[in-house]
Design a protein around this ligand. Structure first.
Ligand SMILES: *Cc1c(COP(=O)(O)O)cnc(C)c1O
Length: 394
């Protein structure tokens, strides 16, 4: 009844692609053998590295986050290598599964669905690995299912303190371009990302960033078949090698536009925008939580992602709320992932091309849905969110 107008997909990926990105993609195919496309592609690599805050290397794959997960592991590991996966939600387990299917010896340290990585447990495990069998430590920066944000710099400090030489590999698929991430300063050796979240481009590109230490591990890695090898992609002698074949031409134009937008705003300002908008979501939730079943999954604001928020209600209520918001008000919320019962959980994506009216509108719609469905909640959520926006803009 009230849904006609621009619909808004407020799920944690794929995120909203800006018109500027979509318009850049809306063209006939360019010449892939020479000319403007080649120059444009060359310009993408340093700009991607700037967003990742690294002076290392970047390889682009035609694929999604799962492809980047697999590519990253295949380039540093030999069959049977031991990897320590620190899981704080569904996506850590997902990366672990990819490793298992590559034939790696995967050890999962599970921190549950509501907490971040506990550094003491990591330190204890590394301390007893005297033979340095663990080749890499894998961590998800922001686990999109739980919306926890892990302390990657702290993880590096923990690894350094134990004197362990393992590579540090981070999944920034949800966080890149949303939550602050400093690949080099935080000592991350390999980082994976994808196009469709904070980078605002439709799904279809996966990225693997790596430093020289990780590239040395490539020497003994025997899992990367020709297509997945990161070296020709990162050091191409001919244009075809960037992509192992025909370039994903239209996605590249979209990515160029997205990187221009990030550069024009400034990465610090991009992070700040996400921080303020996430703060508005949390302020609304704080008010709603004072009465009734609603609660944010991550209790400590310092451990919450600025890209996505997972929240719980009673069984069935989240399904009803998502349905109401989409059908009546034109806002699609994310489903609960990896939680029981799934019908009690929903997620709000606030990643990439989001601004105050998108987030305030979403929160007001959620509040209307809670009212319409008779789900008890504290009052003043939308007003509290508006105050955060007003204060940030002062
Ligand atoms: C979305 C996501 C993935 C999976 O990416 P796909 O493109 O769906 O394969 C992996 N890790 C995190 C943290 C994600 O948010």
């Amino acid at each position: 009844m009230l849904a006609n107008g621009t619909r808004y997909l407020a799920i944690p990926g794929p995120s909203v692609s800006p018109d500027r990105v979509l318009n850049a993609m809306h063209r006939t195919a360019p010449n892939i053998y020479a000319g403007a496309l080649h120059e444009m592609t060359e310009s993408l690599i340093p700009d991607l590295c700037a967003v990742a805050r690294t002076r290392g290397h970047a390889a682009i794959y035609i694929g999604n986050g799962h492809a980047a997960w697999e590519a990253a592991l295949a380039n540093v590991a030999a069959r049977g290598d031991r990897m320590l996966v620190l899981a704080t939600g569904r996506f850590g387990h997902g990366w672990a599964e990819v490793g298992r299917r590559l034939g790696l010896e995967i050890e999962v340290m599970d921190f549950g669905q509501t907490a971040d990585i506990g550094m003491e447990r990591v330190a204890e495990r590394l301390a007893v690995d005297r033979g340095h069998e663990i080749r890499a430590v894998l961590a998800v920066h922001v686990d999109t299912s739980s919306s926890v944000r892990n302390d990657i710099a702290g993880l590096r400090a923990t690894m350094d303190a134990s004197g362990h030489p393992a590579l540090l590999m981070a999944d920034c698929i949800a966080s890149l371009g949303c939550d602050r991430f400093e690949m080099d300063a935080w000592g991350v050796d390999v980082m994976v990302a994808a196009s469709q979240k904070g980078l605002m481009v439709p799904p279809g590109l996966g990225f693997v960033f790596f430093n020289d230490k990780a590239d040395r591990a490539r020497e003994r890695a025997d899992l990367a078949s020709g297509y997945w090898d990161w070296r020709p992609r990162a050091n191409p002698e001919e244009y075809y090698q960037y992509f192992g074949g025909t370039a994903p031409t239209h996605h590249l134009y979209g990515l160029r536009a997205a990187l221009d937008m990030i550069h024009e705003e400034g990465i610090e300002a991009v992070w700040k925008r996400h921080e303020v908008l996430a703060g508005a979501v949390w302020a609304a939730a704080d008010a709603w939580e004072t009465e009734g079943p609603l609660r944010l999954n991550i209790a400590d604001p310092g451990k919450r992602s600025c890209a996505v928020t997972a929240a719980g209600l009673d069984a069935g209520q989240a399904d009803a709320l998502r349905d109401w918001c989409e059908r009546v008000a034109g806002v699609t919320l994310g489903v609960g992932l990896g939680r029981e019962p799934a019908s009690a959980w929903f997620r709000i994506g606030h990643m990439g091309h989001v601004n105050a009216h998108m987030v305030l509108g979403t929160l007001a719609v959620i509040e209307a849905g809670l009212l319409a469905l008779g789900i008890p909640h504290g009052t003043g959520g939308t007003a509290a969110a508006a105050r955060i926006v007003a204060m940030a803009a002062r």
